[in-house]
Write a protein that binds this ligand. Structure first.
Ligand code: AMP
Ligand code: ZN
Length: 470
């Protein structure tokens, strides 16, 4: 399996530190608002990569952090006259609801930054001891010039960075590139105690501390959107490697931006749609299909035509699964098992995903598979149950379990619910007919029998409705 490593700028063979295990750290959201569909591209592609590693048999230790203290959260708390913790908890809850709606696999490890302050303080102490960090009146800065490899991830050179005046001038800093590890407490801001006085951590130190705390170094895969390469990930390397003298990360994965009219979708530009509004209009499967049809690393334009096209593509998948179901219902039980090389399709799917998670190619393999099985179903009318099961299993393992572009369990549930409701309606009709024929004994028997099953009929003027009691 090969992964494009941002660090080496090349595709490398993937060899995790511990055989059979992968540690995977993903930079999560700053919880000051609902996340947008651009953020969800990064979350969903990370989810697909995680699921594929599991498909390959790795035990994946996946951690996504929640930045729950930050300037934007504090600003919002002041605006809303509430505490920063109230703001962050509200948007953590929203985040959990939204990732569930997007069918992102449950993440067991979602640590909040504020739960790891002692680890951050410890890291900073270490950097101060090594004279890589310095204290200016309670603010602690990282001395970038002390880390000789600074810029090795982003390929940026320190002198060029210094010359470019995009970095804010702060008189307290030795170099404009130095960044805050600890921010001295200000009025109306949350703070924690530290050896340098009250304050709060900087953003970059959070990820250095939490990744080491929950996964240990070196981490096999560290991922995030392209915007995080510099300065966030560059600074994480500088902090972690200087403090521990250990390699921080083996493989860096970065997700391309979701753009709107070729401009990055972002909160600050205001050109965004929240994930929660998009998932109402298009299903999670459609959104995932839309993302899976492009390689994770390139830019992608958000437009409704492409989402509609993704939804059309999905229809082929659901029609096919319906066709399999119909065949299953009509099988004689003595049908034949046609010659069909399922292994070929598994290999093609794996070859695609092994090549730096080429999900568009993997989607193409799934459509080839559907086309070829459809041909068989047309040629051979009575196929065996085992053939149908194998076809279904291929889709379950690839389209459902890895890409998450179809959900057989929910379509089966929808089908079951519909069937249940239709059957109840049928009994209601029979009861009406019984009453019309003055057969009140039968009418009452229907009502009572349904009652025993927890289904309560409610007679209204025009019609009878029902309620299912739990
Ligand atoms: P934030 O809450 O802004 O830190 O973003 C959370 C995650 O979403 C990070 O991994 C970002 O790099 C990623 N991200 C932000 N904007 C976009 C975008 N337009 N397209 C793809 N990923 C994004
Ligand atoms: Zn991070």
């Amino acid at each position: 399996m090969k992964i494009y490593n941002t660090f080496s700028k090349s595709k490398e063979e993937f060899i995790p530190t511990k055989k059979g295990e992968v540690t995977f750290y993903m930079c999560g959201p700053t919880v000051y608002d609902y996340f947008h569909i651009g953020n969800s591209r990064s979350f969903i592609m990370a989810d697909i990569i995680r699921r594929y590693l599991e498909y390959k048999g790795f035990l994946v230790k996946f951690v996504m952090n929640l930045t729950d203290v930050d300037d934007k959260i504090i600003k919002k708390a002041i605006q809303e006259n509430t505490s920063f913790a109230n703001v962050s908890q509200k948007y953590i809850n929203a985040f959990l609801e939204d990732i569930k709606k997007l069918k992102i696999k449950e993440i067991e490890n979602l640590p909040k930054a504020t739960d790891s302050i002692p680890e951050m303080v410890h890291l900073i102490e270490n950097l101060i001891k090594k004279e890589i960090a310095y204290n200016v009146d309670g603010d602690i800065f990282y001395d970038v010039l002390k880390f000789k490899d600074y810029g090795k991830l982003s390929g940026k050179k320190i002198d060029e960075l210094e010359a470019g005046s995009r970095v804010e001038i702060d008189e307290k800093k030795k170099s404009p590139l130095d960044f805050a590890l600890w921010k001295k407490a200000k009025e109306n801001e949350p703070f924690w105690a530290s050896p340098w006085g009250d304050g709060r951590p900087g953003w970059h130190i959070e990820c250095s501390a939490m990744s080491a705390k929950y996964l240990g170094l070196p981490i096999d895969i560290h991922a995030g959107g392209n915007d995080l390469i510099f300065p966030h990930h560059e600074n994480e390397i500088a902090q972690s490697e200087a403090a521990t003298n250990t390699k921080f990360v083996k493989y860096w994965i970065h997700f391309g931006f979701l753009n709107i009219q070729n401009e990055k979708m972002s909160k600050s530009l205001g050109n965004f749609f929240t994930a929660r509004e998009v998932v109402v209009k298009y299903s999670a499967e459609t959104i995932r299909m839309f993302f899976a049809q492009s390689h994770y690393s390139g830019p992608l334009n958000f437009c409704e035509d492409l989402l509609s096209a993704a939804s059309k593509g999905l229809e082929k998948l659901t029609n096919f699964s319906d066709r399999l179901k119909t065949f299953e219902q009509n099988t004689t039980g003595i049908g034949i098992t046609p010659e069909f090389d399922f292994k070929n399709y598994y290999s093609a799917f794996e070859n695609a995903m092994d090549d730096d998670f080429n999900s568009p190619q993997a989607v193409a393999v799934i459509f080839d598979f559907i086309r070829d099985v459809n041909k068989v179903l047309t040629d051979v009318q009575d196929v065996s149950v085992s053939f149908l099961n194998e076809a279904k299993m291929f889709l379950e393992r690839t389209a459902q379990n890895v890409l998450g572009i179809v959900d057989f369990s929910s379509s089966q549930k929808q089908y079951d619910d519909k069937l249940q409701n239709d059957l109840i309606e049928l009994l209601i009709d029979f009861r009406i007919k019984a009453k019309q024929q003055k057969n009140y004994t039968l009418a009452d028997e229907i009502r009572e029998s349904l009652n025993k099953l927890g289904i309560v009929l409610q007679d209204q003027k025009e019609k009878t409705t029902f309620k299912i009691m739990n």
